[in-house]
Ligand binder design. Structure first.
Ligand code: AMP
Ligand code: MG
Length: 428
């Protein structure tokens, strides 16, 4: 395997994000196991099969309105009459959704409802609002309707197969299921879906300063202590990606404790994910601990926030170490860990989609790293910048609804188009 950023080099060169991502994805071999799950339970899971339709949807031509199914030529002929009742045709049958009619008798119409099959011989539907009903005028016990003009052939008819043709692949292996995709799968009769197994992820936070909310009240916090915030968003992000999370809590800043936590975590997990301790200070034990059990590379990625990042292996488990600063942790998860976990599930997604949106702010300080600025769309169609872009300010990620992907060395003038990545693209 490639070993980016040799662990021995004293000052490793900054690695471009795209290189880091492609190296990381090369390690993500898709999980072989497949789960068979109810379509009801499959939201967010990744398909492990192509879904081929055994039927066409809709199965038959059907009405998209409540009204009358007609044959256009018959309406034209009825309208040629010089009698006051010109355009009047008797109602010869009634077809509700769920039933099927009989061929339309000549010079008659069929009462029809939305979703009901178009009877043979009819070639348009006239909606009931455009018909005058003449009660009892269609012969004993039946009505007639008067239609004022000849409809266009095909009017208000939904064609058989216009959604799905028989034999079509409606969803492909490797696609992530959305609520709409579940509906589409159901529309072709699928009640069970083959999906990739959930990745099993062990999560722990490092840092002696960390305290769990609930364990110590705010007014009792000792000097230097902070609440563990990373644990909450990382766990939620993992769950949104379909992972089974084993939350191992906080591991103290000691080599033995870190080694023990890693050993336990490597047992039954595909990935061990940690936050903090990936720098090379004396209190950063992740590197020696992982190296004592397996292997680890520390990467210095040319992004801001989120420079330090670690990838390695402990026994059969992947290891990813995220930076401790909350926004760095959050952003590196979205940019690197998310595609990694999706690939483990068989997703072969392309690059993250960004859209060009005008900046309604200025950014005068160019950085040599590629920056991911927390911004929010405004009502004028532009982007506002959160004032404090520090990697410790988690408020920026809550206030913002996405990131500006700003290339290295780039300043931004008010009105410049910038690359905007909505959180909705990368959060689920
Ligand atoms: P480290 O990467 O361990 O040097 O941590 C960098 C910064 O992130 C320090 O200010 C830590 O206190 C902070 N930090 C580390 N882990 C967490 C966490 N789980 N929640 C909140 N802040 C953290
Ligand atoms: Mg630390």
């Amino acid at each position: 395997m490639t070993r980016p950023g040799s662990p021995d080099s004293r000052r490793p060169a900054l690695m471009p994000l795209d290189d880091a991502l492609s190296q990381l994805l090369a390690f993500a071999v898709p999980l072989a196991d497949i789960d068979s799950v109810s379509t009801f339970e499959a939201d967010g899971r990744v398909l492990a099969q192509n879904l081929v339709s055994a039927l066409q949807v809709p199965p038959h031509d059907n009405s998209s309105m409540d009204g009358y199914a007609v044959r256009c030529l018959d309406v034209a002929q009825a309208l040629q009459s010089t009698q006051p009742e010109a355009g009047t045709l008797p109602v010869s049958q009634r077809i509700a959704a769920g039933s099927s009619g009989v061929p339309l008798a000549p010079m008659t119409v069929a009462r029809i409802f939305t979703g009901a099959p178009i009877p043979l011989g009819a070639d348009a539907v006239v909606m009931q609002e455009d018909c005058e009903v003449l009660p009892g005028a269609g012969g004993p016990g039946s009505n007639a309707v008067r239609i004022k003009s000849v409809p266009a052939p095909g009017q208000w008819i939904r064609r058989a197969g216009e959604d799905v043709t028989q034999g079509a692949v409606v969803l492909s292996k490797g696609e992530r299921l959305t609520p709409a995709a579940l509906g589409l799968a159901a529309s072709i009769g699928m009640n069970l879906l083959q999906v990739a197994r959930r990745p099993r992820v062990a999560l722990f936070s490092t840092g002696d300063e960390l305290v769990m909310p609930g364990d110590v009240a705010p007014e009792q916090m000792k000097p230097g202590a902070i609440y563990n915030s990373n644990r909450f968003f990382l766990r939620a992000l993992l769950q949104r990606l379909g992972c089974e999370v084993s939350d191992l809590g906080i591991v103290p800043d000691r080599l033995d404790a870190t080694v023990a936590a890693l050993q336990a975590a490597a047992q039954h997990h595909d990935l061990i994910l940690t936050s903090g301790g990936v720098s090379v200070g004396e209190e950063d034990h992740i590197k020696p601990a992982v190296q004592s059990l397996g292997q680890l590379d520390l990467w210095q990625i040319a992004i801001k926030p989120g420079k330090p990042f670690a990838y390695g292996r402990v026994a059969n488990a992947h290891f990813i170490g995220l930076p401790g600063n909350p926004v760095s942790s959050f952003v590196t998860f979205l940019l690197l860990v998310r595609p990694f976990l999706l690939k483990l599930q068989g997703v072969t997604q392309g690059a993250i989609k960004s859209i060009a949106v005008p900046a309604h702010f200025t950014w005068a300080r160019a950085d040599k790293r590629r920056e991911f600025l927390r911004v929010r769309r405004n009502a004028a169609g532009g982007l506002d910048l959160f004032a404090n872009q520090s990697s410790g300010v988690l408020t920026s990620a809550v206030w913002g609804d996405g990131l500006v992907d700003n290339p290295p060395g780039q300043t931004i003038a008010f009105g410049d188009p910038v690359r905007f990545i909505p959180f909705s693209e990368i959060m689920g």
